[in-house]
Design a protein around this ligand. Structure first.
Ligand code: FES
Ligand code: FES
Length: 161
């Protein structure tokens, strides 16, 4: 039976009729219409569905939407500023050629955001460890790691959140 549940996504509250079994990834994509979050494997293996819940990266394909009541959900759309300017991590991915097909990119960037919120200038090893659950079939990871390093430097220098 559906219940009316409030979810806060990208600082906006959505009142949604949800089945207790609804997965967060499906709610975000199909009910809210934020299709930046990708659904790849649907079983916790690829990281494409990563979103932030209270600032921590989680796999939305393994998360029941109702468990996110009262929490702050951030999707890739939430990183872009009100006027459409890219977040420094997004900009670095563009500048360093870290995007090819783009399917892994939203999850990768949100994982990087959680890392850079914790560690302003992570080592290469820390970056590799943090994105180890995010699979990219195109880039070979080198440019992704460079982009995250560069974004960390920009954010530290400019004090962006
Ligand atoms: S779609 Fe969630 S981990 Fe692959
Ligand atoms: S850019 Fe294609 S999967 Fe990463």
């Amino acid at each position: 039976m559906k219940q009316l549940i409030s979810l806060e996504i990208n600082d906006r509250v959505y009142d949604l009729p949800l089945d207790p079994r609804d997965l967060l990834v499906d709610v975000i994509r199909k009910k809210v219409g934020l299709t930046g979050t990708k659904k790849g494997c649907g079983q916790g293996d690829c990281g494409a569905c990563t979103v932030l819940v209270d600032g921590k990266p989680i796999l939305s394909c393994l998360t029941l939407a109702i468990t996110c009541r009262g929490k702050k959900i951030t999707t890739i759309e939430g990183l872009t500023g009100d006027t459409g300017e890219l977040h420094p991590i997004q900009q670095a991915f563009v500048d360093y050629g870290a995007v090819q097909c783009g399917f892994c990119t939203p999850g990768m960037i949100l994982t990087a955001k959680a890392l850079l919120d914790r560690i302003a200038r992570p080592t290469e090893e820390e970056i590799k460890r943090s994105i180890s659950g995010n699979i990219c079939r195109c880039t070979g990871y080198k440019k992704i790691i460079e982009a995250i390093e560069a974004a960390g430097n920009t954010i530290s220098a400019e004090g962006v959140k």
